[in-house]
Design a protein. Structure first.
Length: 120
């Protein structure tokens, strides 16, 4: 009944988006899809697609959720009125946001670190 979909844009969908737009887009997809899942560029690509696709407002019983994430992402890219260069700018913004978040995020203390040492 329901297509294969996630709560937010899943990174495995990136592999299906290379031919969704022109050359500049395809080159971005090629570079990002080869990176590890936790790489900042891959996270930024997902964040960009979450913003473009409107994943935060997607409901599991909505038409686009029923079609699945791949179909939704491809449709979003087809309907995007800007150029590939403008998509690259969106990607760069997302990359900056990911890097800023990671720079100020609190890293949890090591499990091996004694509690008394944390208080000092």
């Amino acid at each position: 009944m329901y297509a294969d979909n996630e709560l937010l844009f899943p990174t495995h969908v990136i592999n299906n988006l290379k031919n969704a737009r022109d050359t500049e887009w395809g080159e971005l997809v090629d570079r990002v899809r080869r990176l590890p899942e936790d790489h900042t560029e891959r996270l930024a690509f997902s964040l960009m697609m979450i913003r473009l696709d409107g994943c935060l407002n997607c409901e599991t019983d909505s038409y686009r959720a029923m079609k699945g994430c791949i179909a939704c992402a491809k449709q979003t890219l087809r309907r995007y009125k800007g150029s590939d260069r403008e998509l690259s700018v969106e990607y760069e913004k997302a990359l900056g946001d990911v890097e800023s978040f990671l720079a100020v995020s609190i890293v949890p203390p090591s499990i091996e670190e004694p509690v008394s040492a944390k208080a000092a």
